[in-house]
Design a protein around this ligand. Sequence first.
Ligand code: FAD
Length: 538
Amino acid sequence: MLRLTEIKLPLNHDENGITAAILGKLQIKAEQLHSFTVFKRGFDARKKTDIQLIYTLDLEVENEAALLASFAKDPHVKLSPDTRYQFVAQAPANLTERPIVIGLGPCGLFAGLLLAQMGFKPIILERGKEVRERTKDTFGFWRGKELNPESNVQYGEGGAGTFSDGKLYSQVKDPKHYGRKVMSEFVAAGAPDEIMYVSKPHIGTFKLVSMVEKMRATILALGGEIRFSSRVDKLHIADGQLTGLTLASGEQLHSKHVVLAVGHSARDTFQMLYDQGVYVEAKPFSIGFRIEHEQSMIDECRFGPNAGNPILGAADYKLVHHGSNNRTVYSFCMCPGGTVVAAASEPGGVVTNGMSQYSRHERNANSAIVVGIDPERDYPGHPLAGIELQRQLEQLAFKVGGENYQAPAQLIGDFLAGKPSKELGEVKPSYTPNITLTDLAQVLPDFAIAAIREAIPAFDRQIKGFAKADGLLTGVETRTSSPICIKRGSDYQSINIKGLYPAGEGAGYAGGILSAGIDGIKVAEALALAMLDANNTS
Ligand code: FAD
């Protein structure tokens, strides 16, 4: 199969446009082109009045080898790589041990699925509830009910990204095409086909919920076992080798092969790992606020007269500013047409994040505007000091918000002017249960406030209206990534505890749904091969 890249066509090209472009590019006749599929579709919106779609196409053609030779010097005509997933192992019938996966977020889900597909019949332990029950608890909290510390936006089947925008793109290098495996499993579980080819795919909250249920059913059908409300509270370690674990219920399970995919919010679990001597170190993360504008303003700014075109969808943005105080401010987890959500998992804390539905039809755009912080400068001295800093900021936000899970918020104009907000303007807050208008300068360190105050006007030069006075900031955003790294070696095992496979976002090896899923696959492969080895030598 041939692959053509960088095929550019106008946004509103007709249905024969692609065929015509292929024939033109390769200088062949229609009958020589047997078929084609769109491998990727992105767009270039730098010229708003002339937005171009950019295709990567896979084609079956007559005389493929001759065509390839005649375009040997053209980097945009190549053989299509084989992106199909190949399993690295198959469990033998005499396998005596079952691997365990801790955590059923995207990382644990893919680690568990792959192990199940390779015949290893994993046991998956998840502290939270199954996704429908968890949805009730999470949406209940957003409607003003009590926070359930074991069932919320961070904990439960599907992990942290279940109630999210479901963005499925990542910057990670992926030479083995694991991302395609993640996407194809998502499509098999009910995600729209387009996630396989649009350049910035997203799924949205409600689709994710049913997909997670279908993937659970697949794992069970393959002989895997999934236990909810099963928090791991202790590891059994003998001479640097993991031998099993204890659940909060007191039940003990034995395995020398355990994936640890607990996400970035399992603070009690991080403490337990540290107390038990698992090597962890502090790592950088970011702190800031959620910013909200009307989505129509972002669409207009990015797409001009083409705003509202269904192929483009709701516009997003990505912004970076290097501040004069040597701090970098950037937008993160932008949710077009979405809502700001309460993302706390500990009582007495307020944390923001963002989500949307597949349609991205809500009135506001939101994203985190965050400042990078690091252990050397900002939380030195202890591997878990970043967790303590997060906790302090979340508790301060809770206090300033009124101690009822309302989030402190401020109009952008007032924030820039350094005065507390008294009333809302055009932009209505989407955060529930509610916001408390205040002065946000009191909830983050001075350097972060100074850097964000400098960044917002700079961002306004890229997106006109970004510094609009009645845009809204809501805080605090503290869970951008894990504050620790659970170090692993090239064998994917903890550098000091054999048999423990730290994985995903919590361990510092992923940031986002797709990269967490990819990491789950990598770790499952390493674990499966190690289990086969152990089985052969025993
Ligand atoms: P997690 O998803 O955090 O899963 C870890 C699981 O482990 C949890 O279910 C937890 O309950 C369980 N667990 C923890 N401790 C224990 C224990 N001791 N015993 C048993 N189980 C345990 N990313 C994107 O790519 N796109 C987005 O649009 C996006 N939006 C987001 C929106 C929100 C509101 C949030 C909170 C996150 C969003 N993210 C998004 C980030 C994304 O969700 C994470 O990067 C991803 O979920 C990390 O996957 P993970 O499997 O490593 O960890």
